[in-house]
Design a protein around this ligand. Structure first.
Ligand code: RP5
Length: 181
């Protein structure tokens, strides 16, 4: 059983009520080819019943859309942005330069350079414009981190994160026990 399916009951029976109907976390990616990876961020955020939106915004192919998106995000009620991109992965950094909202970058694995290109493009930001860089293809951690950022002022939400970690721990302990017996 995956930890996510085990969490279904646990999290959905809890009573976290989103403060806003509009998306609090916004997930963007450079291409629909990034979607299979970025879905992991959406899935984990939905487990916490936080309103989330997912769309495609490309720094290179749709630069005007990227500008409009980044400039309007705060006014739309977005609190954290998760941006996935591969190769010359400028999307997280460019969006971060256009909004003061926190931006979490997910480097997407590439065929030619295995995603090291994406990672280095995202992580090597100049001082002054911050992007939080996650591991290659680890959109789930980006989603979790975004939830934890919202949770800093919402103890109920952080309590759910703690339960999630309890589930992770229990699954490891169960595996260890099976291995030992
Ligand atoms: C980036 O180029 C995207 O984020 C994607 O990871 C990569 C390849 O895009 P496609 O050519 O598959 O659309 O902009």
């Amino acid at each position: 059983t995956s930890v996510l399916s085990r969490l279904d009951n646990l999290l959905q029976t809890d009573t976290y009520t989103p403060k806003k109907a509009s998306p609090r976390i916004s997930i963007i990616m450079g291409s629909d080819s990034d979607l299979s990876v970025m879905k992991d961020a959406e899935n984990i955020i939905k487990k916490f019943n936080i309103p989330v939106e997912t769309t495609i915004v490309s720094a290179h192919r749709t630069p005007e859309r990227m500008y409009e998106y980044a400039k309007s995000a705060q006014d739309r009620g977005v609190e954290v942005i998760i941006a996935g991109a591969g190769g010359a992965a400028h999307l997280p950094g460019m969006v971060a330069s256009l909004t003061c909202l926190p931006v979490l970058g997910v480097p997407i694995k590439t065929k030619s350079l295995s995603g090291v290109d994406s990672l280095l493009s995202i992580v090597q930001m100049p001082k002054g414009i911050a992007v939080g860089a996650l591991a290659i293809d680890n959109a789930e951690n980006a989603g979790l981190l975004a939830v934890q950022m919202l949770g800093a002022r919402e103890p109920e939400l952080l309590g759910k994160v703690a339960k999630y970690r309890d589930e992770l721990r229990d699954m490891v302990l169960e595996k260890a026990e099976r291995l030992e017996n």
